[in-house]
Design a binder for this molecule. Sequence first.
Ligand code: GRF
Length: 203
Amino acid sequence: CKVAVLISGSGTNLQALIDAATGDQAEFSVCAVISNRPDAYGLTRATEAGIPASVVNHREYPDRDSFDRALIEEIDSHSPDLVVLAGFMRILTPEFVRHYSGRLLNIHPSLLPKYQGLHTHQRALDAGDREHGVTVHFVTEELDGGPAIAQAVVPVEAGDTPELLAKRVQAQEHMIYPLAVTWFAQGRVRMLEDRSELDGALL
Ligand code: GRF
């Protein structure tokens, strides 16, 4: 299974995917890394791993539609089976989402459907939640709204700051994203209309 990874920043999730893809038993390979920001550190991670890295800079396009069309063109030139958003900080057009329907994944740092959007760690703290976490889900036209594939839960500890909580969540991100991609590569998980199915069971 060939996986294209889209990033905007440091790319620690990308690194977890690269590491999982280099093992003997790996079920997938990372065939391309594409960033909308030329300064994203994840590009360096890709190059060091010998993976083609490219930039489609959103600032060079007059609107979202033309940016997304350029992005589709770049992604499709690598013919991936799966497209993975890993800290990719652009909202995608319905046209883009439809183009990759059922083969587009995102990771979101909250227990969806709680806290769609930004500042999830602060919002969990503000709400006094005792548990927080992360979700891998199929991407649909609803922002952070598509069917979930995997979640990991972490405790919220007394004295937590958003940064401490983010660290705890990120350690889980780095485990469940490679896991979810492996399930997809094995053909065990798929998107039905508005649900995910894993090993034949509805999630
Ligand atoms: C992660 O926390 C992810 O959940 C969110 O953006 C962050 C990306 O981090 N969508 P990194 O670039 O993978 O280090």
